[in-house]
Design a protein around this ligand. Sequence first.
Ligand code: CS2
Length: 482
Amino acid sequence: MSRLSLRTLPRGGAGVRVPVDRPRRVGVVHLGIGAFHRAHQAVFTEDAALAAGEDDWGICGITQRSATVLDQLVPQDFLYSVLERGGDDRVRVVGQVADVLFAAESPAQTRSAIADPGVSVVTLTVTEKGYRRRADGGLDLADPAVAADLSGASSTAVGQLVRGLQARARGDAGPLSVLSCDNLAGNGGVLRRLVREFCAALPDGEGEAIGGWVEEHVAFPSSMVDRIVPATSAPDRALVAQRLGVTDHGVVVAEPFRQWVIEDDFAARRPAWELAGAELVDDVAPYERLKLRTLNATHSLLAYLGALRGHATIAEAVADEELRGWAEGFIREDVAPTLAADGLDVLAYGGQVLDRFANPALRHRTAQVAMDGSQKLPLRVLPTVRARLDAGATPEGGALIVAAWMAYVARCRDGGAFVLEDPLAERLLTAVGDRDDAAGIVDALLGVEEVFGADLREVGRFRDALTAHLRALLTVRRGSAS
Ligand code: CS2
């Protein structure tokens, strides 16, 4: 079977959609062109460009970690398909990506892409850990990759961005909007702060000039993104090949649902994303809070508790009635009261989220969502925990999620099929050591300030709730092992 490309592009057919027109020029640079971007912002951008009749919103994708995306997309003229799983499994070929660069191999081209006067938007999906923040939210200048970028390397997203902005300032290429699409509350403000701190840390006064230019020319709108995009599997590729009649090495899988809420604060032209269903609003914060604290937190609950119970996928975990009950209890008892002031219907939203998780065709692995817990819990679970504690309540559901993560870390220490994929893995496993009592494990992990700050370990009520949940989780395991 031949491979997907402009030459072999099929004409479409039942349940297949192919690009009508391809962009003539690049208008967006995207840092972190993984599966999520390709199934989310790229689709919105293609729909927006088609609806507005604009052909200058091609995407230049930058890959940070490996050249895999290049191997997938270059031989295919950057075409790839999105397989929408659930119901009738639709295939859509997306043609909005116009170029892909591997930053480590092409730092100069990466800078030129950001400095191109035709580009007016840079978007990012580099995951929580890609921001290289300290626990207090500032740029981690002690991180070796950040330090290397400050002296001229180009391996972190913030480093690539600032080097590109310097080139843009030199070339007087005009204002730019930088739009973070990662699951961080206030992601625009977070990124602005990191860029400022990177500029300030540049040697020899270099930073002052670029810092000033950024303040005047760059906007950092926040945004909330939502679409479940699990890792692609061999059966997904086979299904696409069968539908298209050509093979596609770049297939991404997604649920039918997609949402994008964007703060309407741009410094220059942007794609007409509202024509593709995006919501442009004055304040994204309530949407971000709702999604992070409900969807993402419950995802983590199902990932850790599900994995501990031997459920391979989120759909299996949410079909486990006890786990679904705990997820509902967490949303009702902990999340809803905390978000009451936002005036959104948390319970209805939570119900829809759990129904989306139940989509059996997605096969989203619990181990995938369980990754990087040290980076995710502080953003999606601990704000709820702190808010409940401040209100004088004990967040039982929040404590259950944290305890499940702790049990998962301990389980990874014990080996077998469990592997701790986390930038702090070594630190966490060393902290746990060979402890196997609940109080000892809670004590050791609560002491990891990068995750829990210095406050939570002092709250007796929280520590007690954690210990009780962890004890129950460890007992079940011992029971089921014997
Ligand atoms: C998930 C998210 O992997 C995870 O941690 O919670 O990637 C989730 O699927 C997306 O945020 C959905 O929009």
